[in-house]
Design a protein. Sequence first.
Length: 519
Amino acid sequence: MEFNKKDFYGIASKDRKRVQITIDQDCNVPDTKPDVEKMIQTKGIVQVQETEMMVDRIRMKGELKFQGLYGTSDPRTFLESLEYSLPFEEYIHIDGVIPADYVKVRYTIDDINTVLINSRKLSIRVLLTFILQVNEEMKEEAIVDIYDEDVSTLKKEIQVTDLIVNKKDIARLKEELVLPANKANLYEILWSQIDMENLQGKIGDHVIEIQGTMHVFLLYLGEDDQMPVQYARWEVPVATEMECYECAPGMVGRIGLTLGSQQLEVRPDADGEERVISVDATLDCDIKIYEDQTLSYVDDGYTMRAKLIPEYKIFDFETLIGKNQAIMKTVKNFPIKQEPGKLLQVLTVKGSCSVDDVEVTEQGLKAEGVWMADVLYLSTDDQMPVMSDSYMEPFSFFIEAKGLTGEDDYQLDVRLDQMTAVPTEGNEIEIKAAVVFDFISFRKKKQRVMTDIKEEPLDYDAIQKIPGIVGYIVKEGDSLWSIAKNYFTTVESIQEQNGGVEEVNPGDRLLIVKEMGNQ
């Protein structure tokens, strides 16, 4: 017997775990750098280099790229920066994990604490939270067609959301920025910050279109003795494409875009002056593309010449039940904590957010967490004119998703999309933040699929006991196909004997004539 098989694919959420790790390291100030008087601002980027799936645990290896802006005793420049790579390696225990699974890792930097041991050495302590989403890929080869005229088949259809694309990729952004005419030539970059705003990926024809805005801030030493420390800002539109041959308009996309590595290089302009900054940044792309499909497969079969023995397996199909993006906008005034000195101007603000708890309700998800802000500003203090303050604010936000149950599989990604800070009266600062919640949910449908079918000799004794002609009253759950199989005939024969009937209902009366195949 010849039949056609098709691979059914699916992804099931296996486990989700939240872990915290601490990186604690003492670092020396390079000989080429001046003494550290005071740390002003710190930042870090986590690079997960390896995730090895093992039995009941995951090995995660990476590093934190630490950067620190600090005040010096040099009255001319008064600012300098440090960079360190802080490696980490962790073994995370998760019951049931096997090497065939795969994991999606998200992180937040909860705290970066620096303590000056002396002017040439500092202790760096970083608290990181990792959220590990472990998934297993399901694959089952099922029979979708039987190529045999003697075999009657029962085919079924199921509406599912099929995962068409599941991959990670990198989009590269390259920009050439030129210092404004009123700014001095650049001698050395002290501090930089790149933020993405309104970043989104849209599905096109064989491509993913990425759009948004890139904000670049630069604090630098300039070739100006009167004002050696200067700053500049740029707002750059982002519009690029990434090849994705499986994509087509109408598909549903879940495209996670995260700012990755960042490199800035100073180059001379046409006049030979150091005024051009080359920006080379990457976007880490987590791409999942879904398509609603109707899958047809063989659920049962029989023939007059042999007894067919199907083999079945239960497969978890998924159907998309909800996709939503919600934005929480918030405004908060904070007092300036640093003394001495008064705030003159905000230079830049960087932020982050994290979710501590998610509660599933019939109407949606209730998320609780915090958003954080680090403000770099100019002050009236002559000894330390550039200063920094940090703020934290808890939030509670509801994402609408009606009909969601605890059995459904959902994913919630949270990111800070916009943050601004402006001085107000009374030595306060007003911070506006926009937190974006990306939500998608699936409902599982357990369905048996036929993976194989074997032939055995007919039981002629049992067939002889079936009457040649019988009057039959349709019962609940009967169909023309099930009746034909039980009475060793065909659907076409029943229709021929009963005026071409297409459907049957409980209580209907049928005339059934048994048929025999070649023996």
